[in-house]
Design a protein around this ligand. Structure first.
Ligand code: FES
Length: 141
């Protein structure tokens, strides 16, 4: 069996929503201290809905594929729904990842959460800070 599903290969080779949103409403940057990969996520919010979403990933192929899929999954959803996105859902949508690459999908979940947190911060929207304890790498603090 191939190590990577067709969907992972597709999103790695043709990542969706790559880039930057200059007037983003929220930007999240997270990193994995161990592998050194970094992911940046931009969201544009209109009426509480993620109207647009882009990402830049300086990392491995699985990080690129999972961030690409994460943007597809949250586009058009409400901010609250985006916050519920789990790395498991991203992995399932990609038809799986090898166990050694699961941490890459965690980065995608964290990048979305960090972007939403930034959006909340910028707009003075209250939230439960405990929900946003993302990880203890240098990028998240
Ligand atoms: Fe670090 Fe994939 S190896 S995100």
């Amino acid at each position: 069996m191939a190590l990577y599903s067709d969907k992972v290969m597709d999103h790695f080779q043709n990542p969706r929503n790559v880039g930057k949103i200059d007037d983003a409403d929220g930007v999240g940057e997270v990193g994995n201290a161990k592998c050194g990969d970094i992911m940046r996520m931009y969201i544009k919010v209109e009426d509480g809905i993620i109207a647009d979403c882009k990402f830049n990933t300086f990392g491995c192929g699985s990080a690129i594929a999972t961030s690409s899929m994460a943007t597809e999954l949250i586009k058009g959803k409400s901010v609250e729904e985006a916050l519920q996105l789990s790395n498991k859902a991203v992995v399932e949508a990609l038809d799986g990842l090898p166990p050694a690459k699961i941490h890459c999908s965690v980065l995608a979940e964290q990048a979305v959460r960090a972007a939403v947190k930034d959006y909340y911060d910028k707009n003075g929207i209250e939230y439960n800070a405990e929900e946003f304890v993302i990880c203890d790498c240098d990028h998240c603090h």
